[in-house]
Write a protein that binds this ligand. Structure first.
Ligand code: ADP
Length: 158
């Protein structure tokens, strides 16, 4: 049986923090699908296609990782894909309450799919897409926060 996990998120845009949890997940599961959710309430900077393209580019060397988008319920998507697991990253205590709420709801929706939390590498524990966008606006150096294609895409946006 293929062990499949979904790594869901907004990825607006993907950072080294995201990449860190995707790589860790890919070591444990046979296949990982990075699923971009289009959460309009977050007023994204990159549209879904731009986000998908950037993720594809920066994960192209990971053979067991694929990229997809979804605008329905995560648990419906996970079931459709026959996934056994969801992977989420935990940065700091501040992530915990939000993640606990979502995970409890997801478990209520489908108790057969487990959520696994991966603790990020300490060097990325402060890193978020929002912070990257904020500093990129002011042309700060973000080369150690995001892969090069993302850095270029951000430079183009601003
Ligand atoms: P969402 O809108 O679902 O929170 P994000 O794109 O912000 O989407 O995050 C997707 C996943 O990646 C979440 O599980 C989040 O905790 C994780 N993540 C984001 N940044 C980091 C980071 N720096 N280190 C580890 N995990 C991270």
């Amino acid at each position: 049986m293929t062990r499949l996990a979904i790594c869901p998120g907004s990825f607006d845009p993907i950072t080294y923090g995201h990449l860190d949890i995707i790589e860790r997940g890919a070591k444990v599961f046979d296949h990982v699908i990075v699923a971009v959710f289009n959460n309009q309430s977050k007023s994204p900077l990159f549209d879904v296609n731009e986000r998908l393209e950037l993720i594809r580019e920066v994960t192209k060397d990971l053979d067991n990782v694929s990229v997809d988008s979804c605008d329905g319920l995560l648990m419906d998507y996970a079931e459709e894909q026959n996934a056994q697991a969801i992977i989420r990253g935990l940065r700091a205590v501040s992530d915990f309450e939000y993640e606990m709420q979502i995970t409890s709801m997801n478990r209520k929706l489908n108790e057969n799919i487990e959520t696994f939390f991966v603790m990020t590498n300490n060097q990325y524990s402060f890193l978020s897409s929002s912070i990257v966008k904020e500093v990129a606006k002011y042309r700060a150096n973000i080369s150690d926060l995001v892969p090069e294609p993302v850095e270029k895409a951000l430079q183009k946006k601003f």
